[in-house]
Structure formats: C-alpha cells, structure tokens
Design a protein around this ligand. Sequence first.
Ligand code: SAM
Length: 219
Amino acid sequence: MHACSHIFDSISPLIMKLPIDPNSIKGFLDHEEGMALFNKALIYTKRGPCLEIGSYCGKSALYIGSAAKENNQTLFSIDHHQGSEEQQPGEEYFDPDLINDSGKGINTLPYFLETIKRAKLKDTVSPIISSSEEASINWQQDLAMVFVDGGHSLEAAMADYFLWHKHLIPGGLLAIHDVFPNPEDGGRPPFEIYTLAKESGYYKEWPMIKSLAFLEKLE
Ligand SMILES: C[S@@+](CC[C@H](N)C(=O)[O-])C[C@H]1O[C@@H](n2cnc3c(N)ncnc32)[C@H](O)[C@@H]1O
C-alpha cells in the first residue's frame, strides 16, 4: 500500500465520526492527541461517564463527547470560562477574540456553547460552569475517564489530580495533557502530577501520544 493512502486510511474513519471539523474550534489540542482521546473515550466510556477539567472553546469536548455519544454516556466538562493565567490579556496565549465585556479578562463560554450546539452534542456534554475546586464539592458520581487540561500552575494541577482521580473507577482512565518529561519542552506541573500518579502504585501506564499521558487505574 502506498504510504499516503495508509495515513489517510487511519485518519478517515475518525473524521467521519466527528460531526464538525476540529480545526474550526479554537484550542490547543493537536489532532493526533484528539484522535487518541477519541479512541480512548470510545473504550472507557463503555463503563461510565467521563469528566474533563478545562473546556476552553470545546475542542477536547468534541473528540471525547463524540466518542461518549456512541456509548450513550455523558461528558461532564468543567471550566469557569475565565481562562488560565497564560490566556489573560498580555500573556503568551491571549486570544483577543475572547476578550470579555470588561476588557480585562476573557470569556470562552459563548464559544464553548456554540461548539456543543454545532456538533449536536447538547445531550451528551454537560457543561459545569465553575472552578474545578467548587465542582468537586459534594461530587458523588463515579467516573470511567478523567481528562485533566485545566490550570497549569502547580497548585491548580495538584488540586485537579487530588480532587478528581479518587472518583475514577478501578479500570478507569486518567488522561493528562501537556506532560513534558523534558523541562525544555514546557512547564512542569502536569508532569509533576503524572509522576505522582505513576509513583502512587495505583496506575499502569499506556504509551503517551505527544504531550498526552494515559494512566489506567488498577483493578
Ligand atoms: C488549556 S485550556 C483547555 C483546552 C481544552 N481542553 C481544549 O481542548 O481546547 C485550560 C482551561 O482551563 C480553565 N481553567 C483553568 N483553571 C481552572 C480551574 N481552577 N477550574 C476550572 N477551569 C479552569 C481555563 O479557563 C481554560 O479554559
């Protein structure tokens, strides 16, 4: 088989399953990482719902939500929609399209809701407009998959790990974005929580896809 058609064959079934073009959504997730999330969610949401921390404009929700929909499952998507530190005006990842009414911060909620509507995922994706910390208070639901892609400060990453991994069922999947084993490639907090989880003895590791790490909770 010709090399190009081989690549096309591996991508086309996914594209067919996605209701809208992921490139039409603002976000930081690479398509290969999105494909990996889609494929993992297709497997793990057979056993229960998924929760993500960090909705932004809905790119990861498109991949995970489309897979969850196939299993009639829910994706809970948490974000206060005020952006992370590095997304504020004047910071490295600021996008002027997202400026809020006060002009001093950002608001990603309208973009997120529009993505969910366009993708026909309103019955699958349950938006939780709140900080991760507030959403975790009194949370009862078991989760089959948790995707951590929220604040990247050490405090935020640690909170996301400790608040949510305890709700994963045995055999469930913890996915963490922006894990950079080499400090020259990017910030450390997601790598710190990934290391903590690995060393806890509660998880076995799946191969990483770019900066996306996957850890399965032991039965
Ligand atoms: C890197 S973006 C998420 C990208 C998204 N997963 C995607 O695929 O495009 C991080 C998001 O986390 C949110 N965030 C940061 N700290 C948070 C916190 N403590 N609680 C809830 N959301 C938070 C920000 O508002 C921002 O939208």
